[in-house]
Design a protein around this ligand. Structure first.
Ligand SMILES: Nc1ncnc2c1ncn2[C@@H]1O[C@H](COP(=O)(O)OP(=O)(O)O)[C@@H](O)[C@H]1O
Ligand SMILES: [Mg+2]
Length: 306
């Protein structure tokens, strides 16, 4: 059996002519903190809804915790917690009452479980205030509490840090780390806040216009030391020399620097190649893109049809 907690296979959703999700194949592995990234309208929420059986796919398949969602969704859903977009609550009831009512709908949870969950998300002290008095951050945390209440092994959080201030974002990040490290949960979270995701996620998927642009490790995407930045005396000429070797993928960013993808210990080759043509290399340093830069690059390339 595969170790995937969630697998989608060419998952597609069309609304009329609009393709919201386009043949998307993802794999969230056990114990991942998996970032699902894309700009607004990229198709994140629609994908998550299909994964949870809330929206019917136009085509493709979803396997959640080993179960085919088109055939046997119930057992998998019972082991999955989710917060999809901004969660809704009964405003005049307290946080604790909201959780208790929710638990009652799905067969009830012991009072202890409600308390534990409130504690875990840091709402214990405000549990008996009406939700209408909650800040945006407290609502988000109550939403996460709702997802955690049934003691799931997999949680899907749709934009859990959306609209939070830096402090709220930090707290949510720490909470998500604890879910994985202490409770051994697998977490999938969608976000358009790339800086946050970079610090939190092991693996990411990047989508744009419903299509997958990248799935894999963050380090692999951002260079992982394989990209080097060169300072050369005649950069235009150097770029032409390097372009003769297509495996090097050299580029220039409008500065005096040249960026070369030189994996597998090829840095010395790059240097030798330039020096052999009489170019003077004064600097070779490993370069990492930020996740944000890598994201912008991928989306730009995809939209230009590169
Ligand atoms: N129920 C719907 N009916 C029609 N179009 C929809 C519906 N839900 C989403 N869409 C469209 O699908 C695309 C993807 O939306 P969504 O999945 O919400 O993106 P994201 O969560 O990444 O912001 C958008 O163009 C959106 O307008
Ligand atoms: Mg969304």
């Amino acid at each position: 059996m595969s170790d995937a907690v969630l697998e989608t296979e060419r998952l597609t959703k069309r609304y009329g002519r609009r393709v919201a999700v386009d043949a998307l194949s993802l794999a969230v592995r056990r114990a991942d903190i998996y970032g699902f990234l894309g700009q607004n309208g990229a198709g994140k929420s629609t994908t998550i809804r299909m994964a949870l059986g809330l929206v019917r796919p136009t085509a493709g398949r979803v396997r959640l915790l080993g179960q085919d969602m088109a055939k046997r969704p119930h057992r998998a859903l019972a082991r999955t917690g989710a917060m999809v977009e901004a969660p809704a609550f009964y405003e005049n009831f307290t946080g604790r009452q909201n959780l208790t009512m929710l638990a009652a709908l799905s067969g009830g949870a012991p009072r202890r479980r409600v308390d534990e969950t409130l504690e875990l998300v840091g709402l214990a002290a405000r549990a008996d205030d009406a939700v209408r008095a909650y800040s945006h951050g407290m609502r988000q945390r109550l939403g996460i509490a709702q997802a955690l209440l049934p003691n799931p092994e997999f949680v899907i959080l749709d934009e859990p840090t959306d609209g939070l201030d830096p402090q709220g974002i930090r707290e949510t990040r720490e909470l998500i780390r604890r879910l994985r490290d202490e409770l051994k949960l697998t977490v999938m979270l969608s976000s358009h806040l790339l800086h946050e995701v970079e610090q939190l996620c092991d693996r990411v998927a990047i989508i744009d216009g419903g299509r997958l642009l990248y799935e894999g490790g963050v380090a692999e995407l951002t260079g992982g030391g394989e990209i080097v930045r060169l300072r050369v005396d005649r950069p235009d000429e150097a770029l032409r020399v390097l372009a003769d070797d297509p495996t090097l993928a050299a580029s220039r960013n409008g500065t005096q620097f040249i960026y070369v993808r030189a994996g597998g210990g090829r840095v010395a080759d790059v240097n030798a190649l330039l020096v052999a043509r009489g170019l003077r290399v004064s600097e070779i340093v490993p370069h990492r893109e930020t996740l944000e830069e890598a994201f912008t690059r991928l989306v730009g390339e995809a939209r230009r049809g590169v």
